[in-house]
Design a protein around this ligand. Structure first.
Ligand SMILES: Nc1nc2c(ncn2[C@@H]2O[C@H](COP(=O)(O)OP(=O)(O)O)[C@@H](O)[C@H]2O)c(=O)[nH]1
Ligand SMILES: [Mg+2]
Length: 324
């Protein structure tokens, strides 16, 4: 079970030094410490976040049946005595229609810049000729690429063989792994290969840190997940969530969160008749938050209009989208 509390990050007391590069095992042999950035990229809805959660062994990134569920780059860190793997889940690559999507694409492209190993995720439906621009960038990369053909649970042998052949042509340097993130098939082999490919390096983060994101980030993500699940069409894409207050005690957390929408009409839809819709979102979010934090949660949610926020640079910055 996921427990955020056990994994609180320290504020740098135990600073890592390059001494960590070499460790000595019980029998006196020196082992090399490996660490690196393993970045998960690909088109929307192929299963990147589902895979990230599986690799982490925890539910760190929200994953739904809707495209564009992931808006940020989210790091999940796995620490072992002689290794630190920093996975990044990214938004799906898409042609931006508004500023928010430009920022989402920037997160995905940044994942090409700093990768030590790239996990390019596709699925059994998608053809290699989709999204050529991004694929060309991937093809030019100098780092090892693992091409993961996901969702093989809903495919057959012949289709898969054809896909493997055409992907082999599209990305000749990539190692191909047919997987099913949902059925947990072949993901162990991916993990094993990732570890082999990590370069020798001291850790990038404290060894008790498991994500780059603060607790509040997960609150907004979990509320956003419920909105994605319970509202139709454009509504979820017009919402952003902000945590106004977060007060934690030993046993409980009191949270006030604001759901921003783009227009008055959307506010009515989010709240619903007699507030029923918003109540459902809050109740479901509270249950998931209780599992996530392993504490009682008191959650209050409000809805406000933030006109056209998806196209407003300043507002996007306030919501944490602007890189650098
Ligand atoms: N059948 C099947 N569905 C999957 C698999 N992996 C993910 N999915 C589903 O695909 C949808 C998109 O998953 P998500 O992880 O959000 O994709 P992302 O947009 O690439 O992050 C969700 O409904 C998942 O449950 C898989 O291995 N098999
Ligand atoms: Mg995702």
């Amino acid at each position: 079970m996921f427990c955020y509390d056990n994994r609180q990050q320290t504020d740098g007391e135990e600073q890592m030094t390059t001494d960590n590069r070499q460790q000595t095992t019980d029998d006196g042999q020196q082992t090399v410490h490996r660490s690196g950035f393993v970045n998960i990229v690909g088109n929307p809805n192929v299963g990147k976040s589902t895979l990230m959660n599986l690799l982490m062994g925890e539910r760190i990134s929200i994953a739904t049946f809707k495209a564009q569920t992931t808006r940020h780059r989210i790091m999940g860190i796995i620490n072992e005595p002689d290794a630190q793997i920093v996975f990044s889940d990214t938004p799906g690559v898409l042609k931006p229609n508004y500023k928010l999507q430009e920022e989402m694409l920037a997160f995905s492209e940044s994942a090409l810049q700093d990768a030590d190993v790239l996990l390019y995720v596709t699925d059994v439906v998608e053809k290699p000729d989709k999204n050529q621009d991004f694929l060309q960038k991937v093809a030019r990369m100098q780092v090892p690429i693992l091409l993961l053909i996901n969702k093989i649970d809903v495919s057959d042998q012949q289709t898969l063989e054809n896909l493997v052949a055409s992907w082999h042509e599209a990305l000749p340097t990539a190692e191909i792994f047919p997987i099913s993130a949902k059925a947990r098939f072949n993901v162990d082999n991916v993990m094993r290969r990732v570890k082999e490919l990590l370069p020798p390096s001291p850790p990038y983060f404290d060894k008790d840190q498991w994500t780059d994101k603060p607790a509040r980030f997960f609150v907004t993500e979990i509320i956003r997940e419920k909105i994605l699940l319970y509202y139709d069409k454009e509504i979820p894409y017009s919402c952003e969530v902000m945590v106004e207050s977060f007060n934690e005690t030993d046993k409980s957390i009191s949270i006030r969160a604001i759901i921003f929408v783009e227009r008055d009409s959307q506010k009515g839809i989010i709240i619903g008749h007699k507030g029923v819709a918003l109540k459902k979102v809050s109740t479901e979010a509270r249950k998931t938050l209780e599992k996530f934090f392993q504490k009682s949660i008191f959650l209050e949610t409000y809805v406000k209009v933030d006109k056209d926020w998806r196209n407003n640079q300043k507002r996007l910055q306030a919501y944490g989208y602007k890189l650098d």
